[in-house]
Design a protein around this ligand. Structure first.
Ligand code: AMP
Ligand code: GLY
Length: 424
C-alpha cells in the first residue's frame, strides 16, 4: 500500500523508519520529511500545514493511509480534510485534537470527568488573572497560554511576580497571538514526569511503553526548557501498579470522555503525567507522538507499525496483539549550539555513516538538509541517536558511542541522559 507521512522532525524519521519495515508498504511519501528520511521515503516539498496541497496529493496518488506527525496540521483540521476526500488517516480530527490545541478545553474536560490534574482557573482577561494571582499566597504557580505556542506557552513560575510577567507577556504583549486570548493558571506540582502514549481507535486503547523526556537544555536539568534533549524507555518508576493506575484514572477516562463529548479520539494519545506525593496527575494531553519519545519507543515495538496504523484508522485495534522487546532504549539529541535560543544552520555533519554502522545504534535525523553529497545542520534539534541494550547502562553506552562518532561545529548535547536509571 501507499502511505503519506506528514511532518519532518526526528519523530517523523522514527515513524518512517518503522513504517518502511512493513512488508505491506509499496511506497512511502513524506511531506516535507527531512534529508535523513530520503533513504526510506520519497520527499515532497509541501509543508505539513499546507492542507490543500496534502489532500490533493493524497487523492491524486491514491494514498491508502495518511499518518500525521505534528500537532499543528491536526489542530488545523488536516485529518478532517483528508477524510472528507476519502483518504484514511492515522491522527485525530480537529475536534479531538483540541485535547492539545486548547489547554482550556483539556483542563475543563479533566475537571468534568474527574481525571486527576492540578487545580486550575481559566481567564480571558488579564485584569482578572492578575487579581487571582494576588489572592494566592506568593509562591510557585504555572501559567499556560490556551492555544498552540510551539511548545513555549507554559511558564513554570517560582513566584507571583514571575507569574504576573507571564500573564503580561501572553495576554497584553500577545507573544503567542490569539493562542493567548485565554490562559490557565494552575498549581505547580513536584514529582517525576513520564510520557505515556497509546494507540486509540476511538474506543480501544493499546498503550505503548512509557518513556521519560529530558526537557532542560543542560546537564542536571539546568538551563532553559527545550522540545526535549533526550529520553529513555521504559521508565522504572512507572511500576506495573502506576501504569495500571495511569490507564484507569487518566487514559481510559479521557478516551471515554471524548466519546461522551462527541469527539471520538483516533490516533496516538499522549498523556504527560507526574508522579507526586499525592498520587498521579495529568500535566497535559498531546494529540500526537512525542518527540523525542518516539525515537526510544518505536525501536522496542515488535509489530508491523503500518498494520497498527491501519487497524487504528479502521477502528479494528482490538484485533491486534502488540508486543514489546524486553530491552532498554536511550536517545540522545544532538542540537545546534545556542538552541533553544538562536543558532546557525549549514554546519557540515560528519561521521553519520560511521555512527549508523555501530551495533545497537540508530541515528534519526531531525533538522538536517542535504548539500551536494554532504549533510548539513538545518534546525535546533539536529539528530537523535538511539542506543539499545539489555540494561540501561548498555543502552546508554551504545547511544554515546554513536554520539562520539558524529561531529559538527558547535554541536551540543547532554551527557547525562538516562543517568538516573543507569544502575537499572
Ligand atoms: P505542558 O505542555 O502543559 O505539559 O507543560 C510543559 C512542561 O511544563 C511539563 O512537561 C512540565 O515539565 C511543566 N509543567 C506543566 N504543568 C506543570 C505543573 N502544574 N506543575 C509543574 N510542572 C508543570
Ligand atoms: N517531548 C515532549 C513532546 O513531544 O511534547
Amino acid at each position: 500500500m501507499n502511505a503519506l507521512l506528514v511532518g519532518g522532525g526526528g519523530r517523523e524519521h522514527a515513524l518512517a523508519w518503522k513504517m518502511a519495515q512493513s512488508p505491506s508498504l509499496t511506497r512511502l511519501y513524506a511531506a516535507p520529511g527531512n534529508a535523513g528520511m530520503a533513504s526510506c521515503a520519497d520527499l515532497l516539498s509541501a509543508r505539513a500545514t499546507d492542507l490543500p496541497a496534502l489532500t490533493e496529493f493524497a487523492e491524486k496518488k491514491r494514498i491508502d493511509l495518511a499518518v500525521v506527525g505534528p500537532e499543528s496540521p491536526l489542530i488545523a483540521g488536516l485529518a478532517d480534510a483528508l477524510l472528507s476526500r476519502g483518504t484514511r488517516v492515522f491522527g485525530p480530527t480537529q475536534a479531538a485534537a483540541a485535547l492539545e490545541g486548547s489547554k482550556v478545553f483539556s483542563k475543563e474536560l479533566m475537571a468534568k470527568y474527574n481525571i486527576p490534574t492540578p487545580p486550575f482557573q481559566v481567564f480571558d482577561e488579564a485584569g482578572r488573572a492578575r487579581a487571582y494571582l494576588e489572592s494566592l499566597p506568593d509562591g510557585p504557580v504555572v501559567v499556560k497560554a490556551d492555544g498552540e505556542a510551539a511548545g513555549k506557552g507554559v511558564y513554570v513560575c517560582k513566584s507571583r511576580a514571575e507569574a504576573q510577567q507571564a500573564v503580561s507577556a501572553i495576554m497584553e504583549d500577545h507573544i503567542f497571538g490569539e493562542s493567548g486570548n485565554w490562559i490557565v493558571i494552575e498549581e505547580r506540582l513536584v514529582g517525576e514526569e513520564a510520557s505515556l502514549m497509546a494507540f486509540v481507535d476511538g474506543e480501544t486503547i493499546v498503550p505503548m511503553i512509557p518513556s521519560q523526556d529530558h526537557k532542560r537544555a543542560l546537564d542536571n536539568d539546568e538551563g532553559p526548557n527545550t522540545g526535549g534533549m533526550g529520553c529513555y524507555a521504559p521508565v522504572p518508576s512507572v511500576t506495573p501498579q502506576v501504569f495500571e493506575e495511569a490507564l484507569n484514572r487518566i487514559v481510559r477516562p479521557a478516551v471515554r470522555a471524548m466519546i461522551a463529548e462527541g469527539r471520538p479520539y483516533r490516533g496516538c494519545l499522549y498523556a504527560g503525567i507526574m508522579m507526586t506525593d499525592r498520587g498521579l496527575s495529568t500535566l497535559e494531553f498531546n494529540c500526537r507522538f512525542g518527540d523525542p519519545e518516539t525515537q526510544v519507543v518505536l525501536p522496542l515495538l515488535q509489530n508491523d507499525l503500518l498494520e497498527i496504523f491501519q487497524a487504528t484508522a479502521e477502528g479494528r485495534l482490538a484485533e491486534i496483539e502488540v508486543s514489546w522487546a524486553d530491552r532498554k532504549s536511550v536517545c540522545v539529541v544532538l542540537a545546534s549550539g545556542g538552541y533553544p535560543g538562536g543558532y546557525k544552520n549549514g554546519e557540515t555533519i560528519e561521521g553519520l555513516e560511521e555512527a549508523s554502522r555501530l551495533p545497537d545504534v540508530t541515528v534519526f535525523h531531525a533538522g538536517t538538509a542535504r548539500q551536494g553529497d554532504r549533510f548539513v545542520t538545518a534546525g535546533g534539534r539536529v539528530l537523535g541517536v538511539t542506543g539499545m541494550g539489555h540494561t540501561f547502562q548498555e543502552a546508554i553506552d551504545a547511544a554515546y558511542r554513536g554520539v562520539r562518532a558524529i561531529r559538527f561545529d558547535r554541536m551540543h548535547y547532554r551527557t547525562d541522559i538516562a543517568r538516573r536509571v543507569a544502575g537499572r
